[in-house]
Design a protein around this ligand. Sequence first.
Ligand SMILES: CC(C)(COP(=O)(O)OP(=O)(O)OC[C@H]1O[C@@H](n2cnc3c(N)ncnc32)[C@H](O)[C@@H]1OP(=O)(O)O)[C@@H](O)C(=O)NCCC(=O)NCCS
Length: 171
Amino acid sequence: MTVAPLAAAMQIRPALSEDAPRLARLAAHAGTRWSEADFAGSLGGTARGWVVEAAPAAPLPADPLLAAALRPALAAAILVQPAPDDWEVLDLAVAPACRRQGLAKWLLAQAGAAARAGGAQRLLLEVREGNARARAVYVAAGFAQIARRPGYYAAGADRPIEDAIVMAQLL
Ligand SMILES: CC(C)(COP(=O)(O)OP(=O)(O)OC[C@H]1O[C@@H](n2cnc3c(N)ncnc32)[C@H](O)[C@@H]1OP(=O)(O)O)[C@@H](O)C(=O)NCCC(=O)NCCS
């Protein structure tokens, strides 16, 4: 996969538990429905993540809570669950205004490199069958369908019951 350089004004860094409120705002904006508690719990446990944000104009204070409060809105984020053989992508979201700039590709490459360095064989994920945009991104990033989970996503007020497509990228 070819990944274009990140725009100079943007930076990528590991996600921190303190990012949970901004991660939840990004997820709500992108429609992935992860809550602040979900992010805080995962990042406080064994999950790992990376975020893309505008590079700060001035150095941030050392105190992580203060620094988190002063950071701008997140442009994009990925959360992954490490495991011995397969790492799983738990969430991937790009703010609507920042799409089609290669940020998802960048974050998938970052997660894949970390998984490879951690000794994993594959990066796995589940995606709604009807999420054509995300499926196109995953295919462009080298993922292929390996299974289907019928009726995996329960129906909601605005969505019908839907199958999950399980996709894998060999590392
Ligand atoms: C899916 C999503 C993460 C893609 O983020 P993105 O940063 O726009 O994707 P990228 O710019 O890295 O796209 C990578 C490649 O995927 C393909 N792609 C991206 N968006 C696409 C679209 N709308 N339609 C078709 N192909 C698309 C292209 O090949 C693209 O490369 P190109 O721009 O050089 O042609 C973003 O649209 C999003 O947050 N959607 C809502 C949340 C979501 O569905 N998350 C995934 C849950 S499983």
